[in-house]
Structure formats: C-alpha cells, structure tokens
Design a binder for this molecule. Structure first.
Ligand code: BES
Ligand code: MN
Ligand code: ZN
Length: 514
C-alpha cells in the first residue's frame, strides 16, 4: 500500500489523530510555534523533557509522548531537526522518513505533522511540504512483491509487519495564506517520490523477471500513463543502424536486447531546447567471458539502475510538463557468457564508425552507452546526461555519499549540481584531464574498453566522451549511490532510485531558463 500525503487547515492542538509530529531544533529550551502550542496544551510535558535532557533536538532523535486525553491527538512525536545553522530541506526529508518508519513500527495507520522548518527554519512552505512528501513516501517504501505472505516480516527495522502500514499523512497548517504553497509542494513531492519508487521497483526486481523486454514493457506503461512517445529498437534495427558496440554485448544472451526511446515534447516549436537522458540498462552483468567472481554477483541485477532512473525521470517529466523537449534512451541487454558471447580481443564498431577493442567483456556498460549516445546525437539532441552503474572504482572513490560526475561541459555540470542542491541528491565532479586519454589507447582500434587500474572511473568516462562528440554532455556514475545498505531517512535498504529526482529537477530548471 502506498500512503497519501494531504494538507489540512487548522490548529494542531485541536487535530484528532493517532499521532501528531512536532519538532525541535537542537539547543532550544523553550519551544515556539506549533511545538510550543502543543507543549502548553500538554502542561509543559515537552519543555520538561528538554529540561531533563531527554530531548536534545539532535537530527534523527525521536521522542514519543502519550497525551492521555489532554489534546485530541493520542500521541505526540517530537522530532529533532538538528542545529538550526545546518537545517535545510534534506533535514526535513531525513526526519520525515525516520518518523514515518518509526510510527509504522508502532502500528499507527495515519498521522499528522506540522510543516517542519516553514516558520523559523527559514524554508518556504512549498519546499517544506515537498520534502515531507518525498521523505515520508520514500521512507515508507517497501518491496515485498516476492514474499508469499506479503508481510515484510524480515524487514531491517525488526518490527515485523502485523500492521497494515500507513495509509495517510496530513500536514496541518494554521496560516491560511500558506495552504496553496503547501498543497503545490505536496503535489510535486508526490510525483517525484512515486517516480523514484518506480525506479526502485525496477531495480529491486530480480533479473529473471526484469529482462530487457520487461524494461520495455515498463517504459510502455509510463508512456501510456503520462503521454510520451515510445520507440523500441530491436536487434534487427540495431544492426541496420550499425550499433556494433551494443550488439557485441548483447550477442551472448538469449534475451533480446532493447534500445528503449521515450520522447516528451514540451517545447515542440523549439527543437534546440532539448535534453537527452541516457541510461545503462544491463539487466544482469555476469561480466561475460571475463566472468565476475561469485561473491555478490547477485547485486548485478541492479546494473540497469541508470536505465531505471531514466524511465522514472521521464514519468516525472511527463507529469510535471516543463517547457523543454526531453528524450530518454535506455540501452537494455544482459551481459552473459556463452557460445555466442563476445571475446576479449574482439573489435567492435559503434554507430559513429569509431572502433573499440574489447579488452575486458566486463567493461560492457561503456559499450552499450556508446551506441545509445550516438543514437541520441542522430536524433539531433545537443545536451546529454548519461546515468550508469559504470565502475566498481567509483564505489571505492566516493562510496555511497554522492554520485561521481564527469563531462565536457562545465555549464551542464553546474546545472546538475544545482538540481542536486534542490533534490538533496549529491554529485561530485572528477577531472577529465587529457592525460587520461592515453590510458585507453589501443594497438589495433581507435580505443580500448579498459584503461587498467589507474583512474578507472575517469577512463570509462573518457571512452564515453568519444561518442557524445560535440554535444554538451555529463556522465553520472551511480555504481555506489544506486543502492543503500541500510534504511535511513528517505532511503530504504536496497535500490535508492537515484538520480530520478535530480533528472526531473534538471528538466524543470532548464525549462525555466537555467
Ligand atoms: N556494472 C559494473 C560496475 C559495478 C561494480 C557497479 C560494482 C556496481 C557495483 C561494470 O560493468 C563493471 O563490471 N565494471 C568493471 C570495469 C573493469 C572491467 C574495467 C569494474 O568496475 O570492475
Ligand atoms: Mn561489467
Ligand atoms: Zn555493468
């Protein structure tokens, strides 16, 4: 079940609900605003706990009080917001996810909250409401498609799932002048959260289900729901286009490959106002003939996370309808060993005529992206962002805290950073120095597909650069950030859906003129 977030006018001290969420900045001894009003209605119960030192207001701290009939709400949760100086929408997202999972664990089916930070916190009401919607819906996300009792009994919060889950969350606001902004924020936040959950679902499904064909089906469903054009390029058409790099990877698999193309026309009279989103869709990466070790190989069902985030971002963009033309391209195939698989040493020719020596068949992501980038260029797209679980080296470099970013356009990288500031998804740029190009020099072809142990994430990007050609292009390596190892805030163990929200925000920002 997915919860819904709504806005209601009124005074929280009069609001009947199983649980009411208020907040506290670290170091505040006399709560004001909504928290102050609830404190007074509870005869100073909150300020007494602050004086005792039990409530400190630290980010992540949750304190549950039972109201014993003093107000219509049965329970009050005081959520710490951390230091006021560090406060931002990301803190609201974090708190909202933590609170929602906490109350679900208590068996609560609905709760009400104040708009965190919309008063003294300095956030505008819409931003606060959007972050509450995103944090709550994403924090409550569960993937139990494959549990025969559907109960999530093995969830990592250990609470079990005897409850039915949280059906409804209400943001209660006394100031009538803020209601429209809150409602608009909830609506955008809900679209972005639902789209992100689509990306998570696609990644969390096992590879025996989430084949390239199923990814194409998912794209078709999105296209029908929000009104996008869809083109699915099959093996024969790939051959006609000369997509030798993508076909080389796909040739080892019995599953038919699909190059999925979703088109949103938000500014049809200005074709130059365009954005291409290109996703790696390796539905399972065995490594091919350069076979991966068995340990953790199951995680390679998530090697289509870039493609999943592109499908999901196209859903969000189709719903939000910014004035810009956006094309999503997903290169979907398995990377399998077998009698027909490509071999180390093979040379393939991509759609733009450039040749690649395949040193390691496990460096397959850059091969499929090469042809997807070429195809995007052939459609006239001049601004490209690719998203890929491309290199293990990126997990070593940046871990799971931020996504690695590389490219040929400082302007587009800045646009992505700005969109990330808004979404709370973080990006860190690595240098594309010319010195790295020689690492992928081949003795027999225009380039080779691996550059050895040095700067593994950057040499992968250097290869992609050859296929972006003269477009403005940025590459996002989400090998680390596409999955979470534990639940925290809006993240739940498993797929994160990163960077769906940033891609959608990018399209919105570009449509607004930067
Ligand atoms: N899909 C992997 C990268 C990856 C590794 C993603 C771990 C998420 C977690 C990619 O196709 C790959 O195998 N890359 C190789 C490249 C190497 C052969 C140059 C790698 O990183 O080891
Ligand atoms: Mn690989
Ligand atoms: Zn891969």
């Amino acid at each position: 079940m997915t919860a819904t977030v709504n806005v209601a006018a009124g005074d929280i001290t009069d609001f009947a609900t199983p649980a009411l969420v208020v907040n506290l900045f670290q170091g505040v001894t006399q709560p004001s605003g909504g928290t102050g009003a609830v404190d007074r209605a509870l005869d100073g119960a909150i300020s007494a706990l602050i004086a005792d030192g039990e409530i400190k207001g630290k980010l992540g701290e949750l304190t549950l009080l039972h109201t014993m009939g003093r107000i219509p709400a049965s329970r009050v949760v005081v959520a710490g917001l951390g230091k006021a100086d560090n406060f931002d929408a990301a803190a609201v997202r974090r708190v909202s996810g933590d609170v929602a999972r906490f109350l679900r664990g208590k068996g609560v089916s609905e709760f009400a909250t104040i708009a965190h930070g919309a008063g003294i916190g300095g956030l505008d009401a819409g931003e606060s409401a959007q972050a509450i919607a995103e944090g709550t819906l994403l924090g409550l996300y569960q993937f139990d498609t494959y549990r025969s009792n559907g109960s999530g009994a093995d969830d990592d919060d250990g609470a079990g799932r005897a409850d039915a889950g949280i059906a409804s969350v209400v943001i209660v606001e006394r100031d009538a002048g803020s209601l429209d902004a809150l409602t608009a924020g909830v609506s955008v936040g809900t679209v972005l959260a639902e789209s992100t959950m689509l990306a998570r679902d696609l990644v969390n499904h096992p590879a025996n289900v989430m084949t390239p064909t199923r990814m194409a089906d998912a794209a078709r469903e999105v296209a029908e729901t929000v009104g996008l054009e869809l083109d699915i390029i099959d093996r024969d058409r790939m051959t006609e286009h000369g997509m030798g790099a993508l076909l080389g990877v796909a040739q080892g698999s019995e599953e038919p490959p699909k190059l999925i193309v979703l088109t949103y026309r938000g500014d049809p009279d200005h074709p130059e106002n365009n954005l291409g989103l290109v996703g790696k869709g390796i539905t399972f990466d065995t490594g091919g003939i350069s076979l991966k070790p068995a340990a953790n190989m199951e995680a390679m069902k998530g090697d289509m996370a870039g493609g999943a985030s592109v499908i999901a971002a196209m859903r969000a963009i189709g719903s939000l309808q910014p004035r810009i033309n956006v094309t999503g391209l997903i290169a979907a195939t398995e990377n399998m060993p077998g009698g027909k698989a490509q071999r180390p040493g093979d040379v393939v020719t991509a759609m733009n005529g450039k040749t690649i020596e395949v040193i390691n068949t496990d460096a397959e992501g850059r091969l499929v992206l090469a042809d997807a980038l070429c195809y995007a260029r052939s459609l006239g797209i001049t601004r490209l962002v690719d998203v890929a679980t491309l290199t293990g080296a990126m997990v070593v470099t940046l871990g799971k805290a931020c996504t690695g970013m590389m490219g040929n356009s400082a302007g587009l990288a800045k646009d992505i950073s700005a969109a990330g500031d808004r979404s709370g998804e973080r990006f860190w740029e690595l240098p594309m120095l010319e010195d790295y190009r020689e690492l992928i020099r081949s003795d027999v072809a225009d380039m080779k597909n691996t550059g050895g142990r040095q700067a593994g994430s950057i040499t992968a990007a250097m290869l992609l650069r050859e296929f972006a050609e003269d477009a403005d292009w940025v590459h996002l390596d989400i090998a680390g950030t596409s999955t979470a190892s534990s639940s925290k805030g809006h993240l739940v163990k498993g797929a994160t859906g990163v960077p769906t929200r940033t891609l959608a925000q990018l399209a919105v920002n570009l449509a607004d003129g930067g």
